[in-house]
Design a binder for this molecule. Structure first.
Ligand code: SAM
Length: 276
């Protein structure tokens, strides 16, 4: 094994004060920094008086460039990997590089710090002993609802990343699929000037986001409480009924009847191909 290390360094998600002293030290010590967007990372490093060669590593070139980066590590140079914000590899590039470095026997070491999902969970007041990080939902409503339907009977707290473009649509789909009463929390612009953490039922949160343009601006983590055992049982029964009824009835009629009989939300019962 070469003595060089690939350091995976978390960077701030808004407040520059969150770049730890160790992260600064590591970024100062390495031969070069692999960055998702060099235009973004250069000013961050400059703010801390760090001047290092930057190597662009993003989703579109990661496969082709990973080999070259691993060759440098094997040649004895320590390098750092950063993304635009937060922890690399968490809905960010780096997975293929880390896998290639590990496969080549290179030491890969974390320099932990900000991560929007964990920061959001830490202030949400939702159960956090078990959570399921789902990252970004699909952009298209059909695929998004299908993903949500697969999560409808999950008992762990669900954690999603969302952008300003889709926050309202995604909340509307969550309310439709999970039921409007489900408790949820929206963490917006964490560690920044307009940091806001809203809690309530999904329908409540949707109404607040719809009513106020400002609540649709910035970056979001949406967390949804998992279902209790009773609700999980209702959903399981509803799905079983839906599957049987759908052998004889159109999907919408089968879902309506299965929802009535089981007490589960109708939209949570649609399987692949359900459309309303
Ligand atoms: N790797 C990052 C991390 O560790 O959190 C996440 C990168 S992902 C491309 C960007 C998404 O993270 C945003 O769309 C938003 O959902 C979430 N996010 C990032 N910064 C945030 C912040 N300050 N407040 C709330 N959500 C944030």
């Amino acid at each position: 094994m070469s003595s060089a290390t690939l350091y995976v360094v978390a960077t701030p998600i808004g407040n520059l004060g969150d770049l730890s002293p160790r992260a600064q030290e590591v970024l100062r010590s390495v031969a070069a920094v692999c960055a998702e967007d060099t235009r973004h990372t250069r000013p961050l490093l400059a703010h801390f008086g760090i001047n290092k060669p930057l190597l662009a590593l993003h989703d579109h070139n990661e496969d082709s460039i990973a080999g070259r980066i691993v060759a440098r590590l094997l040649g004895g140079e320590s390098l750092a990997l950063v993304s635009d914000a937060g922890t690399p590899l968490v809905s960010d590039p780096g997975f293929r590089l880390v896998r290639a470095a590990r496969a080549a026997g290179v030491k890969v070491s974390p320099v932990p710090g900000a991560c929007a999902a964990i920061a959001a969970l830490s202030v949400a007041g939702l159960p956090s002993d078990r959570f399921l990080f789902e990252g970004f939902l699909p952009a298209k409503s059909g695929a998004r609802r299908e993903r949500l339907q697969r999560l409808a009977s999950e008992t762990a707290t669900l954690v999603f990343y969302e952008s300003s473009h889709r926050i309202a649509e995604s909340l509307a789909d969550m309310a439709a699929v999970f039921g409007g009463e489900r408790p949820a929390v929206i963490a917006r612009e964490l560690t920044k000037l307009f940091e806001t953490v809203l809690d309530g039922s999904l329908q409540d949160l949707l109404a607040r986001v719809d009513a106020d343009d400002n609540q649709r601006k910035g970056e979001f983590v949406v967390m949804v409480q998992g279902v209790g055992d009773d609700e999980a049982a209702r959903l399981a029964e509803g799905r079983r009924l839906y599957a049987r009824l759908n052998e004889h009835l159109p999907p919408s009629a089968a879902a309506k009847l299965a929802a009535e009989l089981s007490g589960a939300p109708r939209k949570a019962l649609y399987g692949q191909g359900g459309s309303d």
